[in-house]
Design a protein around this ligand. Structure first.
Ligand SMILES: C[S@@+](CC[C@H](N)C(=O)[O-])C[C@H]1O[C@@H](n2cnc3c(N)ncnc32)[C@H](O)[C@@H]1O
Length: 367
């Protein structure tokens, strides 16, 4: 069976997440917009969509020819008591009039329908959800897929903006990215996860929602510890999540091993440096990079003490984009000397054009 995944804003990251969650998948075709994979078993699309942070839609490939008849047959077999709403989305190919042709076929067959259109080439998750419509995807003029699940935009919005505390100074991790990072760890749900820079608790929140129950969170700041506790309490009230396996405490990461015995994996976004305007001088930037390098190296040295062999670290590094130059923390070789192996060879970047500090996601395992 072939499935199509519509990728989020940072396609490499979305693909890495899908392949981490579905390691047996065979990649058939990949672009910046979509990934087509082949699997032996059927997937539970709604469940998988909820699990993935970087996928916007999941569909099943129904044909490698995109004829109006293929869509008509499916709609005919899914007739409802009310009007049949449907739309066609185009990825990596120009918009076509497939929708109108299908509408013609449905009219001929006396099936009442409404063609949902949008100004964009593809119907968004918002349009599909609000119109309760079937969506068919034409992918690079090569594959036709039927959408089975779309991203729950309201749920993400609620978790990002609805929770009591958002740290506007340090900046909160977007919940979707938190989910991607946890999935990239490939840790089983029974394992213990630690976020030693927990801030307002986004990673812990998303890990709980993904089904992990043994989670530690720590931070050097009293306020962050408090914020995390408040946000988790809110999550418990709203989602009925059990917090009995979570442990939130104050700790400077440089002394982590004094407070933690062992965890199976660390998933974290450390301090990324002060917000930048882009006009800072090179001396200022060098100092920021030097300070952050020291903090990150101390953190990784502590991680090596609390992780077992093959223990995993998924961590955000800042990637500075200044005057078309990209500057990363020059510490990968030192981290490898500490006994870590870098797992991801391709750069996994998260950011938006114009942003001065991008997030680079790195995955290490301890030897
Ligand atoms: C970018 S924030 C993390 C945000 C978090 N991922 C979230 O979504 O809320 C970085 C956090 O690192 C913490 N921090 C900075 N230096 C630290 C240290 N030496 N040890 C532990 N935490 C530290 C800060 O207090 C801050 O809460």
């Amino acid at each position: 069976m072939k499935y199509a995944f519509i990728l989020g804003h940072n396609p490499q990251l979305s693909v890495a997440e899908i392949l981490a969650v579905l390691p047996v998948a065979k990649t058939i075709e990949q672009s910046n917009a979509f990934l087509i994979i082949e699997l032996n078993d059927e997937i539970e699309a709604e469940t998988l969509q909820k699990k993935l942070g970087g996928t916007v839609k999941i569909g099943k490939v129904i044909s490698e020819k995109f004829t109006p008849e293929a869509i008509f047959e499916i709609l005919k077999n899914n007739q409802q008591s009310n009007k049949l709403n449907f739309g066609v989305s185009y990825y990596d190919c120009p918009k076509d009039n497939l929708g109108m042709k299908v509408k013609g076929l449905l009219k001929q067959a006396d099936i009442s329908c409404r063609l949902v259109v949008s100004k964009d080439k593809a119907l968004s998750a918002v349009v599909i959800t609000k119109n309760h419509c079937f969506d068919f995807m034409v992918l690079a003029n090569k594959f036709l897929a039927q959408t089975l699940a779309v991203q729950d935009f309201e749920d993400y919005g609620n978790r990002d903006y609805g929770r009591p505390v958002r740290d506007l100074v340090s900046g909160s991790l977007p919940p979707k990215l938190a989910k991607i990072m946890i999935n990239l760890s490939s840790l089983a749900e029974s394992k213990i996860i630690l976020d030693p820079f927990c801030g307002s608790g986004t990673l812990i929140q998303e890990a709980l929602l993904l089904g992990y129950s043994k989670i530690y969170g720590s931070d050097i700041s009293d306020k962050a510890v408090k914020d995390t506790e408040v946000n988790l309490k809110w999550l418990k009230q709203h989602s009925g999540i059990n917090l009995s396996g979570t442990n939130i405490f104050k700790c400077d990461v440089r002394e982590l091993s004094k407070k933690v015995d062992q965890v199976d994996g660390i998933v974290t976004e450390p301090y990324l440096g002060p917000p930048l305007r882009g006009s800072e001088g090179i001396l200022f930037l060098e100092k920021v990079i030097d300070d952050l390098s020291k903090l990150y190296l101390s953190a990784l040295a502590e991680f090596a003490k609390v992780l077992p062999s093959k223990g995993v670290v998924v961590i955000v590094f800042p990637s500075f984009k200044i005057d078309r130059e990209v500057i990363d923390l020059p510490i990968i070789d030192e981290i490898k000397k500490m006994g870590f192996t870098q797992v991801n060879d391709r750069p996994l970047l998260y950011g938006r054009p114009g942003q001065k500090v991008w997030r680079r996601i790195l995955i290490f395992t301890r030897k």
